[in-house]
Design a protein around this ligand. Sequence first.
Ligand code: B12
Length: 211
Amino acid sequence: MLDFDNLVQAMGDLDEDTMIEMLEDVMADGGSEAGQAMEACQKGMEVVGSLFEEGEYFVGDLIYAGELMTQAVEILTPALVGSESSGPKTKMILCTVKDDLHDIGKNIVRSMLEAAGFDVVDLGIDVDPEKVVEVAKEQNIKIVALSGVLTLALDSMKDTIDALRASGWDGKVIIGGAPVSEEAAAAMGADEWAHSPQKTISVCKEWAAAL
Ligand code: B12
């Protein structure tokens, strides 16, 4: 059994060697603790965020932390995602909403959705609501996943959902990222919300089965 506090600390300290070694141990043990390891890495990212706020870390440290998190996801993904469903892949849109440039969480969600068998159309970061509407309608895509980390991303998510609905699009929207909550989802008219990629996958699989 791994000491997850040590993993939180290794991520917070940006100690790549210790972190990778611990994650490889988790996978060598069969991967049953991969979910807890992922949570520990995310807690470590929160430590990084606090140290940035306190002026101890700088933007370069945030970028490096993002690279470490991406490596962690690559190592853990095989154990976190169930078997890929057979049959045609369901297409879905994923993007980071307007004015938000954070894409580490989005990329994690994309890797895991792809590993779970979705055909993800990733529109990138800082995406205008009009772009989402255009692609959803042109490619007849019925599932849209919106990511955002800044508090102001909630406004952009609402603008995107309003634009989709105003265009007559009749699909489902899931929102995710740190500032997202049940209340926020209800207030902006999202169909679902999630913090974990695992929940995103189960919700999207349910929607895909009903399409
Ligand atoms: C790395 C980082 C950066 C990097 C981003 C690199 C990149 N390529 O993304 C850089 C250096 C570029 C950056 C820039 C800035 N950042 Co920054 N950043 C962070 C940091 C440390 C980590 C964010 C992160 O990647 N977390 C890890 C990922 C895995 O978590 P996540 O995004 O939440 O994603 C998970 C879930 O939420 C979920 N999820 C994510 N997306 C989706 C989508 C769907 C559909 C679903 C269902 C689920 C889901 O799954 C993911 C995996 O579990 C946070 C601090 C923190 N504690 O979060 C600050 C933070 C987000 N940044 C902050 C700030 C202020 C900024 C800047 C304004 C700094 C500046 N002065 O320039 C700029 C903003 C630029 C902009 N317009 O977007 C603040 C935001 C404050 C706020 N409340 O709005 C934070 C909280 C730091 C702080 N405490 O001050 N940042």
